[in-house]
Design a binder for this molecule. Structure first.
Ligand SMILES: Nc1nc2c(c(=O)[nH]1)N[C@H]1C(S)=C(S)[C@@H](COP(=O)(O)OP(=O)(O)OC[C@H]3O[C@@H](n4cnc5c(=O)[nH]c(N)nc54)[C@H](O)[C@@H]3O)O[C@H]1N2
Ligand SMILES: Nc1nc2c(c(=O)[nH]1)N[C@H]1C(S)=C(S)[C@@H](COP(=O)(O)OP(=O)(O)OC[C@H]3O[C@@H](n4cnc5c(=O)[nH]c(N)nc54)[C@H](O)[C@@H]3O)O[C@H]1N2
Ligand code: SF4
Ligand SMILES: [Mo]
Length: 717
């Protein structure tokens, strides 16, 4: 090769141009930093990822990647990646570990878990998964085969309470039919920050001239694009929904045919919402009566209209389930239920995705009946949750570890445990110290993993095979695009191996990942072998689309067979049957004595594009976009307290305080403070009581409590 040729190849390599001469290949992978599962074109040279781009032909993200997705290189090769199984040799939390072999690690785990099972019963071992979704059916199967009812997940704080609320009212869940709608009532979600693919749907809707009503205290991009922004006080969604219902009923804008034929408890509901006049609702929510009337009219008069809710925001309140029920009751009230352009009932399958495919997922993961096992953690306190949600309630976990009641919890097998997820995160951390045996499987050596007895290294989505099927029925099976970092293994392989060492005798699981997926998808005749033939993915065609108005044939899966404005199940369980409004447990109205000292309303965790819960702080490209823990304060509140931009401030609640930087911004309205969660060293969850929870779901009230901010007299961040 001549010198000139050599230089030109070097230039091509520097520019990361794929081809024979550069040795750079593009491989198809999936991003699993968030749950959107965007397709990524991974540029690989000599077995190393050198660059990521969005996959153009992947209909989920259509070529786009968010800032986290483009940071996959730094995420995957981060120096904190765990490279081999580790055995703790120092104090809990001390970060003193020694590497051990996989064989030794798995044997030690199996031995200890079987001992504990023998002594205290299988229920004293808890199987938990944090944010990672893909391993869930496998872990639940392992837990049940082991005999423990205590499979639990991060979904004890996310998504499942919305499922619960929807089941109570409609007997099922539903999704917004964005493609066919003329009006979107977006109730507290910020897709431009939280989901690149969902943001694309909103952009397309705006281009089609769809009307948008946005509800939420924050001034997001979508709020500014919306026709109406209802900027409520945090925690008052339920009242606003009742106020909207009031206007719709008073002005006779509701669907009389649907209401009289398909609903139960309407008269009770009508009598209750009568109290929520625009004036009363305005007082609670902080809106003007005219805004409420305008929002109600636009939503009820534009047909069809759909409601989009967050997976978490509406239920992150001490009145979460009822808030959510009040919001979604509007769907039936206006006749938008299971109709084109409204909210469509599409059966979910495989990690709760609304694909409409029949699967045997439940049969796969639930290998024992509840009656064959001990009571689940949280079951006594949250009976309605336990009736509908086939998991234990993870927010109750630290209480049971600490109290040993109703039975002791001795061991935890966790995949991606982050104690900063819990309200009162210091309490969760303390409970980890109390555990006799803790195994954590993670990509990174986290502050939580430092408390584990054995830590196992998990590989990222780019180092493993994974199946993704999106609601648009686009399916992709990825092959590993790079070799595993260190000695890391796929979570599913770890679970399968653990099952063998525990002597659980599960022939299906022993057959491996693909065989299990074939079993799950058999009713729809979907085979991994077929999907594999299309490395870039394919649309699974030939399946009928899920029809609309199915209730006309089947009725509703509720006790009355109708949509229930008044829930029979809630009434029987001793709760209010109507979607009643209750003030947040701590608010200027419910606890004026606390508000006298803590006059600001705290909402936590509104998504920021560069952060992902506990994970992206460590990644320089994302951390660089907001290096310090910052609290959003309205300039008016800042001025009253003599606080300037970037100044160090103390954020406090009756439970404690943290030091953060002030960000003066109109993003929050006056009187409201917003803080992202999970920051090491400035963890806002320490300021929330561990039992600040919704009484039906057990969800934490992360998004409405009381706080104060004052200038700090110094100290480091
Ligand atoms: N970049 C990034 N993306 C993520 C995540 C992440 O950590 N980072 N996490 C993922 C997860 S797990 C989830 S659950 C989703 C959540 O993401 P989203 O559903 O988009 O919700 P958030 O960003 O939490 O909330 C923002 C919206 O909620 C409104 N809001 C805030 N407080 C309140 C309140 O008290 N009441 C009401 N009614 N509205 C309020 C705000 O005005 C704003 O419109 O994001 C996912 N995507
Ligand atoms: N204050 C406040 N707290 C909140 C929220 C809020 O809005 N406000 N939001 C709540 C919500 S909605 C959610 S979803 C939870 C977030 O729930 P968390 O579980 O706290 O989420 P992460 O920190 O993203 O992930 C947890 C761990 O999983 C690891 N992990 C990631 N991918 C994998 C994998 O493939 N395999 C394995 N084994 N490990 C992996 C990560 O490295 C990390 O250590 O937080 C909740 N907590
Ligand atoms: S939205 Fe961003 S983080 Fe989530 S999967 Fe897509 S690229 Fe990854
Ligand atoms: Mo979430």
């Amino acid at each position: 090769m001549s010198k000139g040729e050599d230089a030109s190849i070097r230039r091509l390599i520097k520019a990361k141009i794929p081809g024979k001469e550069t040795g750079i290949e593009i491989k198809k992978g999936l991003c699993s930093i968030c749950n959107a599962q965007c397709g990524i074109d991974v540029y690989v040279k000599d077995g190393r990822l050198i660059k990521t781009e969005g996959t153009l032909e992947n209909p989920v993200n259509k070529g786009r990647l968010c800032v986290k997705g483009v940071s996959n290189k730094q995420y995957v090769y981060h120096r904190e990646r765990i490279r081999s199984p580790l055995l703790r040799v120092g104090e809990k939390g001390s970060d003193r570990f020694v590497p051990i072999s996989w064989d030794e690690a798995l044997d030690r785990i199996a031995l200890r878990l079987n001992e504990i099972k023998e002594e205290s019963g299988p229920e004293s071992v808890v199987f938990f998964t944090g944010f990672p979704k893909w391993l869930r059916p496998f872990l639940k199967r392992l837990a049940h085969n082991f005999g423990s009812p205590n499979y639990m997940s991060e979904s004890s704080t996310c998504y499942l309470a919305t499922v619960l609320a929807n089941r109570l009212t409609y007997g099922c869940s539903f999704v917004p039919d964005l493609k066919n709608t003329k009006c979107i009532l977006n109730w507290s979600s910020n897709p431009y920050y939280s989901s690149a693919p969902q943001a694309i749907n909103f952009v397309e809707a705006l281009e089609r001239g769809v009307k948008i009503i946005d509800v939420g205290p924050l001034n997001t991009t979508l709020s500014r694009q919306a026709d109406i922004h209802l900027r409520i006080r945090p925690g008052t969604s339920g009242a606003l929904a009742l106020g909207i219902a009031h206007v719709i009923i008073e002005e006779d804008l509701y669907d009389r045919e649907f209401v009289s034929n398909w609903t139960y408890g309407f008269e009770e509901y009508r009598a209750y919402v009568k109290e929520y006049t625009p004036e009363v609702t305005a007082k609670i929510t902080g809106l003007a009566p005219q805004e409420i009337i305008a929002g109600a009219r636009l939503y009820a008069r534009t047909k069809p209209a759909t409601i989009v809710t967050s997976a978490s925001v509406t239920v992150h309140h001490t009145n979460g389930v009822q808030n959510h029920r009040a919001i979604t009751a509007l769907i039936g009230l206006t006749g938008n239920f299971d109709r084109p352009g409204g909210n469509h009932v599409v059966p979910t399958s495989y990690y709760h995705r609304a694909t409409g495919f029949d699967t045997r997922e439940e049969e796969f993961e639930q290998t024992k009946n509840w009656e064959e096992m001990a009571k689940r953690i949280g079951e006594e306190e949250y009976p309605v949750w336990s009736r509908f949600i086939h998991e234990a309630q993870a927010v109750s976990l630290p209480f049971q570890i600490m109290s040993g009641k109703p039975y002791p919890v001795r061991a935890l097998v966790g995949f991606g445990v982050n104690y900063r997820m819990w309200p009162g995160s210091d309490f969760m951390k303390k409970s980890l110290e109390r555990l006799e045996f803790f195994v954590d499987v993670d990509l990174f050596m986290t502050d939580t993993a430092k408390f584990a007895d054995i830590v196992l290294p998990a590989s990222s989505s780019l180092e493993r095979s994974e199946l993704s099927i999106s609601p648009s029925r686009y399916a992709i099976w990825t092959e590993p695009v790079i070799p595993p970092v260190g000695d890391s293994r796929s979570d599913v392989d770890i679970i399968i191996e653990l099952s063998k060492r525990l002597n659980l005798n599960d022939p299906l699981l022993s057959k491996g990942h693909e065989a299990c997926l074939d079993f799950i998808f058999e009713p729809s005749n979907i085979r991994i072998e077929e999907i594999k033939k299309h490395p870039g993915g394919l649309i699974l065609g030939g399946f009928p689309r899920t029809p609309y108005e199915k209730y006309k044939k089947t009725g509703f899966s509720t006790p009355t067979g109708k949509m229930e404005f008044a829930s029979v199940i809630l009434r029987e369980a001793g709760y209010d049957p109507l979607p009643v409004y209750r003030e947040p447990k701590y608010s200027p109205i419910s606890t004026p004595h606390i508000a006298a000292m803590y006059p600001l309303i705290l909402t936590t965790g509104a998504r920021l594009p560069m952060y992902m819960h506990s994970r992206m702080y460590r990644v320089p490209w994302t951390r660089g976009l907001r290096p310090d823990p910052m609290v959003d304060i309205n300039p008016k509140d800042g001025e009253e307290r003599g606080i300037k931009q970037n100044e160090r401030v103390v954020l406090s609640t009756p439970r404690g305080s943290i030091m953060v930087k002030a960000n003066l911004t109109e993003y929050v309205p006056p009187g409201v403070v917003n803080m992202y969660h999970g920051f090491p060293g400035a963890d806002v969850n320490e300021l929330i009581e561990p039992d600040y929870r919704d009484p039906i779901s057990g969800y934490p009230g992360y998004k409405s409590l009381l706080c104060d901010i004052r200038k700090s007299n110094g100290g480091d961040l």
